[in-house]
Design a binder for this molecule. Structure first.
Ligand code: FES
Length: 108
């Protein structure tokens, strides 16, 4: 993972599998990527597309690593809230405590 494996760095994976793509995951991916760039967070947060998480009925799915925090049924309006959950790239510990299974319906 090189320089991006620091504790303050995280990767936001946006599912680009068939079901999520049909539910317009690109409309989540593009603004997430743009907002990270706009806010100068690229050093702390990487946004990537990824294949299916096997929870297709709950898509679009967004997962944050490390930590395994996962959001389902994500819509473009949730992008800001997802970034608010991150503290300089690291998943918010408080969020993980509130969500022991590291899975949330959506960021609202
Ligand atoms: S296509 Fe996204 S979870 Fe399966």
């Amino acid at each position: 993972m090189g320089k991006k494996s620091s504790p303050s760095h995280c990767t936001v994976y946006v599912c680009d599998g068939g079901a999520c793509a049909r539910k317009k995951s690109k409309k989540v991916y593009a603004p997430l990527k743009a907002l990270v760039k706009e806010r100068g967070l690229k050093e702390h947060i990487t946004v990537k597309k990824c294949p299916c998480f096997k929870t297709c009925g709950k898509g679009p799915v967004v997962s944050i690593e490390p930590g395994g925090l996962r959001f389902t049924q994500v819509k473009p309006k949730h992008v800001e809230k997802i970034l608010e959950r991150l503290d300089r790239g690291a998943p918010d510990k408080k969020s993980k405590r509130q969500d022991p299974q590291s899975t949330q319906r959506n960021p609202e």
